[in-house]
Design a protein around this ligand. Structure first.
Ligand code: CMC
Length: 432
């Protein structure tokens, strides 16, 4: 990296400081402000982290203006077309595509870890009917963090690799068991010869025909691949911050799961289907909902639209839109999900022509179409965010590993702009 200098003057000659500018390979360069606090006593202030780089990373590159997403330099479109989730997981973790034998070994290490602790089933059973699966998933990760607590040794590469593989193998199996429980089915067995997506579909829908399993597994595999990473989003940043305290990786992933759950992050895929169902069942047309989304006095937002980073079409949304088209067409001509897809297409068309959405650069994001495909596969709506978490576990562990190997690794500790009371005298309760 070459350093340039940026000078900040605050009106007093003594308070002038030169700060280095670090060159990125792609994307905005970064002002290293660490000397600001040390030399001048100032902090930087950036609520929502609009202009803050929290770490150095080599994993994923996003150009939000151009709508580009690359994993380790490979465009997402090319990976979705030519690669698969297992190979992409290897790529995200290792910074290179595997050769045949690397891939084989990697897959074997994952599938030999499909044998998740049976106690997980007890945890799932403890939760009452109607419990949200993200809460169950979080509890299951807590169980794993308890089970492996005595092994924690985050500076040890072998420990990190073992935990990484265990997490990538376990979360999909746990997801399938949660799905079994929701669908009131017996817990299904895993099959070591099946890929993560095939094993998931096989466990989730054991009664499907082989052809149908293959079709659904392929769609699922691409969905997993598209969700595998997305640089420093809220849940990944949570995993990094949580992991920075040197806690168990299972506990750090549980923290990421809790963050992903929210409707403005991973929970949006569920919210999109609620919105599309509401539109389908209402006597109002699509334009009415577009107007509601624009009304600042109305809390309604067009779910699956807008993104902090993408000010262009989310490239993942384009790929999922195509999968939705193809998948629905292959299922049957009068698939019950077709009307939802048609409403989604109509909403997109109106929004992309509307000045409100155009001027704010609000485009469909990954969640806009993913729920439609998941619904068509037969996944219950409350499980959509779990599917997201299953796939994102790969990105989370890739970032966790990268953070610990970083020469600047230390506990994350944001600061604040304090605007509360000055020193205040305590008054006894009888005098208040
Ligand atoms: N519908 C209507 N207006 C919107 C929407 C929307 N979906 N999204 C943003 N806006 C407006 C917002 O009201 C604001 O308008 P103004 O400038 O007049 O105040 C402007 O666009 C900028 O929005 P913002 O809330 O400042 O943007 P943000 O970067 O803080 O939020 C977001 C990004 C994704 C949380 C937001 O766009 C949103 O809530 N979208 C709907 C939920 C959603 O689809 N989330 C999934 C994100 S992608 C998957 C993932 O990464 O997890």
């Amino acid at each position: 990296m070459t350093n340039k200098k940026i000078t900040i003057k605050d009106g007093q000659t003594d308070n002038e400081i030169e700060l280095p500018v670090l060159d990125s390979i792609l994307g905005p360069n970064v002002v290293d402000i660490r000397a600001l606090e040390k030399n001048l006593g100032y902090l930087s202030h950036d609520p929502g982290f609009i202009a803050t780089s929290s770490c150095e990373s080599k994993i994923t590159y996003i150009d939000g203006n151009e709508g580009k997403l690359w994993y380790r330099g490979y465009p997402i479109e090319e990976l979705a077309e030519k690669s698969n989730f297992t190979e992409t997981a290897y790529l995200l973790l290792n910074d290179k595509l595997p050769n045949k034998s690397d891939l084989n070994d990697f897959f074997k290490s994952i599938s030999s870890n499909y044998n998740v602790d049976e106690q997980i089933k007890d945890i799932i059973n403890i939760f009452g009917k109607g419990s949200h699966p993200m809460a169950i998933m979080s509890a299951c990760l807590s169980l794993l963090s308890a089970k492996y607590h005595n092994e924690i040794d985050i500076q040890n590469k072998d420990y990190r690799y073992r935990s990484t593989i265990k997490l990538i193998a376990s979360v999909p199996v746990i997801s399938a068991w949660i799905l079994n429980s929701i669908m009131q089915r017996d817990f299904q067995n895993t099959s070591e010869n099946l890929s993560i997506a095939e094993n998931f579909i096989n466990m989730a829908f054991p009664d499907l025909s082989d052809d149908q399993k293959e079709l659904s597994s392929r769609a699922m595999d691409v969905i997993f691949l598209l969700h595998a990473d997305h640089e420093q989003n809220a849940s990944t940043s949570t995993v990094r911050l949580s992991g920075s305290s040197e806690t168990s990786p299972y506990a750090a992933i549980a923290a990421g799961i809790s963050t992903l759950w929210g409707p403005t992050h991973g929970g949006a895929n569920e919210a999109v289907i609620n919105m599309l169902e509401e539109i389908k069942n209402s006597d109002k047309d699509v334009e009415f909902y577009i107007e509601q989304a624009k009304d600042k006095n109305n809390p309604f937002r067009l779910m699956g639209f807008g993104h902090r980073i993408y000010k262009n079409y989310d490239p993942r949304a384009k790929i999922i839109q195509k999968i939705a088209h193809e998948y629905l067409a292959k299922l049957s001509k009068d698939n019950p999900n077709k009307p939802l897809f048609d409403i989604a297409m109509k909403l997109e068309k109106y929004a992309l022509e509307d000045e409100y959405f155009v001027s704010r650069k609000l485009y469909p994001n990954v969640d806009f179409y993913s729920g439609i495909v998941l619904k068509a596969i037969g996944i219950p709506q409350s499980m959509y965010t779990v599917i997201f978490a299953l796939a994102r576990t790969v990105g989370w562990v890739a970032h966790w590993n990268e953070m610990i190997e970083d020469k600047n690794f230390r506990i994350g500790r944001p600061r604040q702009l304090y605007t509360g009371n000055k020193k205040t005298k305590y008054t006894d309760i009888s005098e208040r």
